[in-house]
Ligand binder design. Structure first.
Ligand code: MG
Length: 161
């Protein structure tokens, strides 16, 4: 059995007129949302890159280019589900994912359990195997100024030799 880990990172700009969708959960109390070609779910995108990285299968931009109209307003949770299936086709089983979302406001903690439930369902894991953490920029940088939201993630996958 071989085990591998991968990392992922993503960031999106906060703008008025967009929904804020993080980890497959729409945050109703947000007054702005993330701009992007898809639903701009920064956490799902970081996790997708962590999974693709662990399996040595490239990155999200290769599989879902933002120049492709098929992915306009795409539900990133469905893309995450598809990527987990893609890994399975290559013999990889997802074992664990962990992530940190960097967001100044609103506070995302109340939505943690729902994010874990949706993300774990998308990749076929128990919710306990998907950890989601939250941090702020303490007023510094693009996160701290509320210009955007970032996420970083790691994923562990296994394959029989
Ligand atoms: Mg993205």
């Amino acid at each position: 059995m071989s085990a591998r880990a991968g990392i992922g990172w993503d960031s999106h700009r906060l703008e008025e007129g967009h929904r804020l969708v993080i980890g497959g959960v729409e945050i109703p109390e947000a007054d702005r949302g993330l701009a992007g070609h898809s639903d701009a779910d920064v956490l799902a995108h970081a996790l997708i890159d962590a999974l693709l990285g662990a399996a040595g299968l490239g990155d999200i931009g290769q599989h879902y280019p933002d120049t492709d109209e098929r992915w306009r307003d795409a539900d990133s949770l469905e893309l995450l589900r598809e990527v987990a299936g893609f890994l399975a086709e290559h013999g990889w089983t997802v074992r664990h994912m962990d992530a940190t979302v960097l967001c100044e406001a609103p506070r995302l903690g109340p939505h943690r359990d729902e994010m874990r439930a949706r993300l774990s369902d998308a990749v076929g894991l128990a919710a306990l195997e998907v950890n989601v953490k939250f941090s702020t920029g303490e007023g510094m940088g693009f996160v701290g100024r509320g210009e955007g939201v970032a996420a970083l993630a790691v994923a562990t996958v296994e394959r029989g030799d």
